[in-house]
Design a protein around this ligand. Structure first.
Ligand SMILES: Nc1ncnc2c1ncn2[C@@H]1O[C@H](COP(=O)(O)OP(=O)(O)O)[C@@H](O)[C@H]1O
Ligand SMILES: [Mg+2]
Length: 141
């Protein structure tokens, strides 16, 4: 990780600036970790990102754990680890298969994955914080 960029986001529509920024880096099949408290806007970011590819039906995967979206342009995997407390439970999702079969993989509540060796993957970390009613979004990659 050697690049850091911060965006201040005032409304949902402004998230497209971050989407454009990430796409402009042309990182191949990134794993995108989304950090932030409940309600920070992690799912909303995946929604904005997916909309860019014409996918309009993104919902929170908190209950199903994994959502997959696919059209003729893109394959997106959206994982929410809020309810996953052990690494073995995570591995039961067959995650490496999911990563490989996706152009973009988003993971909410990724803290449990810090202990994995993911150096073969193109990791992007996004930290979302609410500050003075705005979203402060920090991107590390
Ligand atoms: N950048 C934003 N600007 C304004 N409202 C936002 C933004 N991001 C999220 N929200 C709103 O905050 C609420 C929680 O967002 P959500 O993405 O579900 O949070 P999380 O997935 O981090 O728990 C939703 O109602 C959403 O519309
Ligand atoms: Mg969410």
């Amino acid at each position: 990780m050697n690049m850091e960029k911060i965006f201040i986001i005032e409304k949902v529509e402004d998230l497209s600036k971050i989407v454009d920024f990430i796409l402009s880096m042309k990182i191949s099949s990134p794993l995108i970790f989304l950090y932030g408290n409940l309600g920070a806007g992690k799912t909303e970011f995946v929604r904005s990102f997916s909309k860019n590819f014409g996918i309009e039906n993104v919902s929170s995967p908190t209950f199903n754990i994994v959502h997959r979206y696919e059209n003729d342009k893109v394959k997106i995997t959206h994982i929410d680890l809020y309810r996953i407390t052990t690494l073995s439970h995570f591995l039961e999702l067959d995650p490496y298969q999911l990563f490989e079969d996706s152009n973009f993989t988003f993971i909410e509540w990724p803290e449990i994955l810090e202990q994995l060796d993911l150096k073969d993957y193109n990791l992007i970390k996004i930290f979302i914080e609410i500050v003075d009613e705005k979203r402060k979004v920090k991107i590390l990659c």
